[in-house]
Design a protein around this ligand. Structure first.
Ligand code: ATP
Ligand code: MG
Length: 244
């Protein structure tokens, strides 16, 4: 389970997260929504120890992420696959090399045949085959996203975190990525956290929704509960217009 307790974070004295507490249950998909710039990526980075809280704690299973350094942090990251905003593939590496990047960092001795097997298996999981030797520049946005997901799955993590998985994709490709996220969650029973401002995507993939606004969690519940919520800020966000 991921447990965030009273997390605060400021940059240059500007508070971004002002006392966030959130529990992410295992085996389901939790989606964190909120307007652009509200701190979704900052929150996600605290879960993998890429940022450290000013105060508060983040737990992933028995790890207290906020207190880990070096080798311990490295060990934690084996449990968490991250699909970064954009896709963040390395342009000079092939698809296969991108997918095995983390694996090769974690263990220098994995035989090439085993790496090749993993690449094939993960590409099949994301429904993208025969692109092992292509460079990211030869792929479409949707394909790059699939490769980024395959890379996140390469270490067989218990958790997968998606940062804006559908942003920048056309609506049809975006819905296909949503379907893939659902399918992987069902098939692998992997605990999934996505942060996004795409509501269509949220309604498609979320078992639970949390909304972040002005440094606080302002809503936790289901899609149905979100749609019924009468809070003005939430109303405006989910309908994209002023309260009528
Ligand atoms: N390393 C950093 N140093 C200084 N400010 C930062 C840093 N990282 C994020 N910020 C600031 O924190 C705020 C929240 O950023 P964040 O990237 O988390 O937003 P977001 O909710 O992910 O937005 P989007 O939906 O556009 O991706 C922004 O004002 C950003 O400029
Ligand atoms: Mg972001």
């Amino acid at each position: 389970m991921i447990k965030i307790i009273n997390l605060t974070k400021s940059f240059n004295k500007t508070p971004i997260l002002s006392g966030i507490s959130l529990e992410v249950a295992n085996g389901i998909t939790t989606v964190i929504i909120g307007p652009s710039g509200c701190g979704k990526t900052v929150l996600l980075k605290h879960i993998v120890g890429l940022l450290r809280p000013d105060s508060g704690k983040v737990f992933v299973d028995d790890f207290e992420v906020s207190s880990l350094y070096g080798v311990q942090l490295f060990k934690l990251r084996r449990h968490i696959g991250v699909v970064f905003q954009g896709a963040a593939l390395l342009d000079s590496l092939t698809v296969a090399e991108n997918i095995t990047l983390g694996l090769r960092e974690q263990s220098k001795k994995t035989p090439v045949a085993e790496l090749n097997r993993i690449v094939k298996e993960k590409l099949a999981l994301v429904r993208l085959e025969g692109v092992e030797n292509k460079l990211p520049s030869e792929l479409s946005g949707g394909m790059k996203k699939r490769v980024a997901i395959a890379r996140a799955l390469a270490m067989e993590p218990e958790y997968i975190l998606y940062d804006e998985p559908t942003t920048g994709l056309d609506p049809i490709t975006a819905r296909k990525i949503d379907e893939l996220i659902c399918e992987l969650q069902n098939k692998l029973k992997i605990t999934t956290v996505a942060v996004t401002h795409d509501l269509a995507s949220t309604y498609k993939i979320a078992n639970k929704i949390a909304m972040l606004n002005k440094g606080k969690i302002v809503f936790e519940g289901t899609a149905e509960e979100l749609k019924k919520n009468k809070d003005i800020e939430i109303y405006k966000f989910i309908r994209g217009r002023e309260y009528e």
